[in-house]
Design a protein around this ligand. Structure first.
Ligand code: NOJ
Length: 574
């Protein structure tokens, strides 16, 4: 499971945003682009708002909350997949890329949603699952029907009479085996994720053309961006050579950035991105900084934005290495200082809640640490991504029984561990902390039944603390996490220095405080963040006596300038 979570994080790494690519090409970090100024709000549709009482969130539910979304001050929404799907992996197993999942509504609902977002000046980024489809997609049904099907080469098959295929690790399979035998044609098919997510064969130009047509179908409807799911895995060595023993412990270098990935991206750029004003987010930063740079180097016409993921992987049950955290963000910033662009995120539907991982979820510090983390996300260079519910400081689910969990890889891994005689108490503690379900519990709207998410029986339990943590309780409280978040988005939009300004790390060796400046032209800001639960001193060398506090999460600062637990202060320097 841990391996899986890390890999998912590794996946979440590229953001490419295209417009007519020639006009979007940007060499310098300070070149102005709308997508650099975006504040992206990620919505997990299944858990956001249910309009029809079936216990599953839907598009009409999102439509009913458009004014709330607008009120957050965000200007782009990333929706997890909403296409037809049998839901083995909550929509990341698409059975029809041109239709809407029944649970979520209809294409007419989608059109209304898009219109409603645009009317409010909010862009829509859709999730494109292109490394694999569902095994219930028509392509796969045809492909598996016969070895001579015209769709056979849309997927990766291995005839069983040949020598056994070399082992491939599957992230989601109950046996960790990515080859699944299918008796219809006496062959194995490849699935890096679950058995119900067969990998598409990107070497087939017919398949690539079909995908580009699908991408264009959505762009023609007016969407503003693409997030490319797991895309770095699309390019594989299809001779399927043997990998060194134990490769699955660190499989990304073997699986990611395979031959032709850059060719596919260039082609996709030419066929799709260059023709529209769209933003595209793809997972996977490759294996190193050079890979990342190659993917977003404007001259190469592939992607134009990347996000660092290494920091997200630092969070472990035992805590995380704060010095590495600062070092990672600083390193990534320096790599993209002159060319390319970064995304800034610490949470998504693939990680447990941000406040449990990087803050402090205790009642004493939950709100303070949540505000401090949002301050970080919204004052760094790069496009920030906020996962729904984090603007309220929603916490981990607190599930303790395996029957509470819904996430397919979590359940498959449970079975795998059981089959291998693992210490199941230890395993349960691990998933309690890190299962993806932690971030997938229903959005906490109010203190009514099911947190106001649904009048029916929610597909996954509501977080036990919804009476204390919910939108209604925070709406009219000027000190709430929610209203602090709104002040942050307003600040970022007011001062381009937070978007384009130079980032300089200060007090590098401080083990509790993350201190940095952001400066552009005549504006300079100092950001001080105490990531610890104790009072700490910042040694930045900057005199703050003349500085003005533009935002802080405590109403009063200590006289001697020390920072209180989880304190966040943004100063404007004179
Ligand atoms: C990455 C997505 O973020 C994750 O939720 C999904 O399970 C895998 N890709 C497989 O599509």
């Amino acid at each position: 499971m841990k391996k899986y979570l890390c890999s998912i994080t590794l996946l979440l790494t590229f953001v490419l945003i295209g417009k007519s690519q020639t006009s979007l090409v940007t060499k310098k970090g300070t070149d102005k682009k709308w997508w650099k100024e975006a504040i992206v709000y990620q919505i997990y549709p299944r858990s956001f708002k249910d309009s029809d009482g079936d216990g599953v969130g839907d598009l009409k539910g999102i439509i009913s909350q458009l004014d709330y979304i607008k009120s957050l001050g965000v200007n782009a929404v990333w929706l997890n997949p909403i296409y037809s799907s049998p839901n083995d992996d909550n929509g990341y197993d698409v059975s029809d890329y041109r239709n809407i999942m029944k649970d979520f509504g209809t294409m007419a609902d989608f059109d209304l949603l898009l219109k409603g977002l645009h009317q409010r000046g909010i862009k829509l980024v859709m999730d494109f699952v292109l490394n694999h489809s569902s095994d219930e997609h028509e392509w796969f049904k045809q492909s598996k029907s016969s070895r001579t099907s015209p769709y056979r080469d849309y997927y990766h098959w291995w005839d069983a009479e040949r020598v056994k295929p070399n082992y491939r690790y599957s992230l989601f399979d109950v046996n960790h085996d990515a080859w699944k035998y299918d008796s219809t044609t006496n062959s194995f098919y490849l699935h890096y994720f679950s058995r119900k997510q067969p990998d598409l064969n990107w070497e087939n130009p017919k398949l690539r053309k079909e995908i580009y047509d699908i991408m264009k179908f959505w762009a023609d409807k007016g969407i503003d961006g693409y997030r490319l799911d797991a895309f770095q895995f699309a390019a594989k060595d299809t001779s399927f050579p043997a990998f060194p023993k134990g490769f699955e412990k660190n499989f990304v270098p073997y699986y990611a950035m395979g031959p032709h990935l850059h060719d596919y991206l260039k082609e996709m750029n030419q066929e799709v991105f260059s023709k529209y004003d769209v933003m595209t987010v793809a997972e996977g930063a490759g294996n190193n900084f050079q890979d990342a740079h190659d993917l977003v180097d404007a001259d190469r016409m592939e992607l134009n934005m990347a996000y660092a993921f290494d920091a997200i992987d630092l969070a472990k049950m035992e805590g995380y290495d704060f010095m590495k955290f600062k070092g990672t963000f600083t390193k990534w910033d320096s790599v993209f200082e002159k060319e390319g662009w970064l995304s800034i995120f610490l949470a998504s539907h693939d990680q447990a809640r941000i406040v449990n991982r990087f803050g402090n979820a205790s009642p004493e510090y939950r709100d303070l640490s949540s505000k401090m983390l949002s301050t970080f996300l919204l004052t760094m260079r790069g496009t920030p991504y906020i996962y729904n519910g984090d603007e309220l400081a929603m916490t981990n689910a607190g599930f303790q029984k395996i029957s509470d969990f819904r996430d397919m890889p979590t359940l498959n891994e449970y079975q795998y561990q059981l089959n291998h005689g693992a210490d199941m108490d230890k395993f349960m503690k691990r998933i309690e902390f890190e299962s993806r379900d932690n971030a997938r519990t229903p959005f906490q709207w109010d203190a009514s039944k099911n947190a106001g998410f649904s009048t029916g029986n929610p597909w996954i339990q509501v977080g036990a603390n919804y009476k204390a943590i919910n939108r209604a309780a925070q709406e009219n409280d000027p000190q709430s996490v929610l209203n602090y978040f709104r002040k942050l988005t307003a600040l970022r939009k007011k001062y381009p220095a937070f978007v384009y300004g130079k980032y300089t790390l200060l007090d590098k060796s401080n083990t509790a405080i993350y201190a940095y400046t952001r400066e552009l032209n005549d504006k300079k800001f100092l950001v001080l963040l105490n990531f610890s639960d104790h009072i700490a001193k910042a040694n930045t060398g900057i005199k703050i006596s003349n500085a003005e506090i533009v935002l802080a999460n405590y109403s009063k600062q200590l006289n001697n300038g020390d920072l209180q637990p989880y304190e966040a202060v943004i100063y404007q320097l004179r």
